[in-house]
Design a protein around this ligand. Sequence first.
Ligand SMILES: Nc1ncnc2c1ncn2[C@@H]1O[C@H](COP(=O)(O)OP(=O)(O)OP(=O)(O)O)[C@@H](O)[C@H]1O
Ligand SMILES: [Mg+2]
Length: 270
Amino acid sequence: MTDKAGADLDVAEVEVRYGAIRALKGISFHAGAGEIVALLGANGAGKTTTQKTVSGMLRPTLGGITLDGNRIDGIPAHELISRGVCHVPEGRHVFPRMTVEENLEIGAFRFRHTDQGDLDHVLGLFPLLKERYQQQAGTLSGGEQQMLAIGRALMGRPRLLLLDEPSMGLAPIIVAQIFTIIREINSSGVTVLLVEQNAVQALSLADRGYVLETGEIVLSGTGAELLADDRVRAAYLGEELAESSGAGSATGGSATGGSSTGPDDLGEPH
Ligand SMILES: Nc1ncnc2c1ncn2[C@@H]1O[C@H](COP(=O)(O)OP(=O)(O)OP(=O)(O)O)[C@@H](O)[C@H]1O
Ligand SMILES: [Mg+2]
């Protein structure tokens, strides 16, 4: 489905300002080709700002971003899509008055024609969308809209897929489905930069992760390392798991307690 293997993303010393506010204070991180990298952090930490900057919606005031070694900061979003940088924004933003079919076609706009193979791939990943093919996107459930938003991005054949809180507001069973699909997308080689509040599931899935705090990266490590880190456990996993931290291991196998979904089928390596 992808033109090439996943892209390698490197973010170096990036600062982003909203007027006088320094939302990102010189952050550096890396997502290797084919990796899933999780970005965690509290509300307002700068996660969305980071994704918007990588996808070309915002311009850094300092620092640089490279995709496979080529500078991309300053290139606008619509051009970056042609390089395979596809962003599923916070809040989904499907086109509500258009059908599922039309939304998916828009995702393929950088190609002259909608590729039937791409469409079959997306509808295979999201059979629900097939059932709702002629339904107006605005009348889909929240979970269905999220699936459509991801499906639409996949129609652009991403090499780097940016997902901003894909599990937000969804029922646990839908969250589990979304995470399974993220893993499936990644297994075809797509690099994924995943922003999530749902730290347990994100870190169970991620090769590596970074924790943002008020515009700075304060922690980084493999998904398993971060899951076992006391600071991450205290901030994200709550008292219940903090009490059992004596049993903490870096295997990722402890990624169960704080979640109401079934992470058993999410935490396995792929
Ligand atoms: N357009 C804007 N103008 C001014 N300040 C902004 C703007 N967008 C974001 N900010 C500020 O930048 C900081 C980072 O915001 P951002 O949306 O990146 O956080 P986030 O980590 O995605 O938070 P959340 O988990 O709530 O989505 C916040 O302090 C926010 O108020
Ligand atoms: Mg956000």
